[in-house]
Design a protein around this ligand. Structure first.
Ligand code: DAH
Length: 340
């Protein structure tokens, strides 16, 4: 019986060494260790042994079973290792390989300047508001003290969707929307697109950008307007910058002014940027007209305010020396890349 056991172990080890697949190993396990396996058979026949032999053979049988189990487990493990290795090799990732080139975008110059202006006004306590580009006649004109027969409408022709609905010609309607929904104190700017029936040339586009400003509170004066715009001009164009107010007319402000800043290239001496003027016009402004306040349910005897509207493209062009507005909309990457 001792020989039988030893032979069994040797036989298994030999077969195991030739087993080529996990299935073959499993088959051997069943054949040798299973319920109807060869080792079990041998153990069943132990009853025929003498009482002296039984513990000796029993111990040997246990050792053989241990050895066989161990050999089978090792063989199984070696298959698993090989499989994992193969999988790892198949899945290797060369993290040093050059990657696919993903073109990197940049901010558009209009967005850059818009954000710069937003930051300046936010630092002065202004909120940044938004309004619809498709407006009603009421908000775009009438509520801004510009009734249907007002000649100022002629300078702001636009695309009408219906008799009453149009692409806004200015960001000023946002003044009305903000005054209707918020009580003073109001300190807001509103950047956005506006539309006019203008032919495209170096300084005109049927779509362009404005930034509206509105401050309404008790006791707001023209001095507040001048102080605010002076500070803005200094932060935007440099500490030496001066402003100049020229009398003008807008229907929704009284008094109204056009505002220039001293040329930030020549400092006012005259150069090609300012066309030898020494000044660059940047915005329109004024004290909010009492009719406008009244229309929004604000008593002009209690509240006063100032407003301004600034053309963004003009500032972008002056700031970066762009001499043709069309560059801003043509999306030529050779142009845009310069701002990335
Ligand atoms: N909305 C005017 C325009 O497009 C610009 C403007 C002028 C806005 C004076 C204002 C203002 O708020 O007070 O021509």
């Amino acid at each position: 019986m001792k020989e039988k056991l030893m032979r069994l172990q040797a036989e298994l080890e030999e077969k195991l060494s030739r087993a080529a697949t996990p299935d073959a190993v499993e088959e051997l396990r069943v054949r040798y260790l299973g319920k109807k396996g060869q080792l079990t058979d041998i153990l069943h026949s132990m009853g025929s042994l003498s009482p002296e032999e039984r513990p000796v053979i029993g111990e040997l049988a246990n050792r053989v079973r241990g050895a066989i189990t161990e050999a089978i487990n090792q063989k199984k493990a070696s298959f698993e290792r090989a499989l994992r290795q193969k999988k790892l090799e198949a899945e290797t990732l060369d993290i040093t390989a050059p990657s696919e080139q993903i073109p990197e975008g940049g901010r558009h110059p209009i967005a850059l300047v818009q954000e710069e202006i937003e930051r300046i006004f936010i630092s002065m306590g202004f909120t940044v508001e938004d309004g619809p580009e498709i407006e009603t006649d009421h908000y775009n004109f009438t509520a801004l003290n510009t009734p249907a027969d007002h000649p100022a409408r002629d300078t702001q022709d636009t695309f009408y969707i219906t008799d009453d609905v149009l692409l806004r010609t200015q960001t000023s309607p946002v003044q009305i929307r903000v005054m209707e929904k918020t009580r003073p104190p109001i300190r807001m700017i509103c950047p956005g697109r506006v539309y006019r029936s203008d032919a495209v040339d170096a300084t005109h586009s049927p779509m362009f950008h404005q930034i509206e400003g509105l401050v309404v509170d008790r006791g707001i004066t023209m001095g507040d307007l001048k102080g605010t715009l002076d500070l803005f001009a200094q932060k935007m164009f440099g500490a030496q910058t001066k402003t100049r107010f020229r009398p003008h007319h807008f229907p929704f402000t009284e008094p109204s002014a056009e505002v220039d800043v001293s040329c930030f290239v020549c400092g006012g001496d005259g150069c090609s940027l300012c066309k030898k003027e020494g000044w660059i016009e940047i915005l329109g402004a004024g004290m909010v007209h009492p009719n406008v306040l009244r229309g929004c349910g604000l008593d002009p005897e209690v509240y006063t305010g100032f407003a301004f509207g600034l053309g963004l493209e003009r500032i972008v062009m002056a700031r970066y020396g762009v001499n043709d507005m069309r560059y801003l909309y043509e999306n030529d990457v050779r142009f845009l890349r310069q701002f990335a």
